[in-house]
Design a binder for this molecule. Sequence first.
Ligand SMILES: [Zn+2]
Length: 70
Amino acid sequence: MFGLSLTKLLLLAAVAAILWYGFKAVRRRDRRRAEVAQPPKSVPPATELMVKCSVCGTYNPSGVVCTHRP
Ligand SMILES: [Zn+2]
């Protein structure tokens, strides 16, 4: 009687431990997936600095040499 209940108790503890660690692993995986899905809010959206050409007045991305097209 006692032996059987001890076995059941150990089995229950094992099941509880498996569930606990399983949920922990799933939560960690979900958090990592959420971080990958949406970048941190502190990072501003990707914008490009546009520089006005002094010759033709066209705005070009900084670092891009203007070709002075009409
Ligand atoms: Zn230009």
